[in-house]
Design a protein around this ligand. Structure first.
Ligand SMILES: C[S@@+](CC[C@H](N)C(=O)[O-])C[C@H]1O[C@@H](n2cnc3c(N)ncnc32)[C@H](O)[C@@H]1O
Length: 296
């Protein structure tokens, strides 16, 4: 039964896809943010969200992996083509998070037409929007997904990812409790900025704090002739205080999004995140080198 369900993942429209559709529709009705953009849907399945975006975007890549899934998605695009503006480019392409990068290019010998050509791969850099729904459901997939996200989001235009999640709880013998392990794995990649200062101001505040800590240590650093006075706890705190996580995100309040799609239950287990890529600050060595170069 589980195998059967795994093989049919792509033909369902999951609740997370519906909540993401509501969000995208709401944005489209109330702003022009998505007009004329390049967008990518990851783990698109049926491709519903990507097709909605195609109403206003310039180019949309609907991506997933496996011929059967991609064929189903392409069929949906074809069935809905009358609803899509003729000026929008919609591509169904294979983007397997576990495969090497850049993604497979199409060639004359390939058995299907979901490979990329060079200009499409270049177009990925010009994407400003990524969307994904219900793609957080196994630890190794989450690792592979975030590797792909880092590749996509660390290049080209600044990108924002809207990620819809259905938290799934299981009983764990280790914890002797009901836990959402996949969700915890997701959270290990994303620092939650919900309700905090915008990231930009936070980085400035933290940089000021770092300068303050370092300058207040300066006489000691000089008299000791070494770095021992910046102890590990302080160093750890500087890094923890916001410069090490690769992604920062905040939860979107779903009560502010109208429910356009009927017949689905928006329980507490559905979450929608806005996530951005935050460049990592290199660890201890660089901090020590920085102090050596600037203070000693
Ligand atoms: C639960 S379905 C969600 C489908 C759709 N987004 C929705 O919510 O209706 C998970 C999707 O992730 C895709 N997926 C799983 N492993 C993948 C991988 N390694 N690379 C790309 N997509 C993958 C599956 O094919 C499937 O379409």
């Amino acid at each position: 039964m589980e195998m059967l369900l795994i093989n049919l993942y792509h033909i369902f429209v999951w609740r997370a896809e519906l909540v993401l559709s509501d969000f995208v529709l709401h944005k489209m009705f109330t702003t022009s943010e998505f007009d004329g953009i390049v967008a990518i849907e990851l783990g698109a399945g049926t491709g519903l969200v990507g097709m909605l975006l195609a109403r206003v975007a310039k180019t949309v890549f609907l991506t997933d992996h496996g011929v059967e899934i991609l064929e189903n998605c392409a069929r949906n695009v074809h069935l809905n083509s009358v609803m899509l503006p003729s000026k929008t480019w919609v591509y169904v392409r294979e983007l397997d998070w576990k495969a090497s990068w850049p993604p497979n290019q199409s060639n004359s010998t390939s058995s299907h037409s979901y490979g990329w050509n060079l200009s499409e791969i270049e177009e990925l850099e010009r994407a400003s929007l990524l969307v994904a729904a219900d793609v957080i459901y196994s630890d190794d997939l989450i690792d592979a997904l975030f590797t792909t996200l880092e590749r996509l989001m660390s290049h080209g235009l600044n990108k924002v990812l809207y990620l819809a999640i259905e938290k799934r709880y299981n009983f764990s013998l280790d914890d002797l409790d009901v836990v959402a392990n996949r969700y915890s794995c997701f959270r290990s990649y994303v620092r939650d900025e919900t309700g905090r200062d915008p990231f930009f101001f936070r980085v400035i505040l933290l940089s000021l704090k770092a300068c303050f800590v370092l300058s207040s240590r300066l006489p000691l650093l000089v008299s000791n002739g070494g770095l021992a006075t910046i102890n590990d706890a302080e160093h750890h705190e500087l890094l923890q205080n916001g410069m090490e996580c690769t992604f920062v995100g905040s939860r979107i309040d779903l009560t502010e999004i109208p429910q356009y799609a009927n017949n689905y239950d928006r329980g507490q287990d559905l979450e929608l995140w806005e996530i951005r890529y935050a460049r990592k600050v290199k660890k201890t060595k660089n901090l020590k080198r920085f102090v050596k170069e600037h203070f000693l």
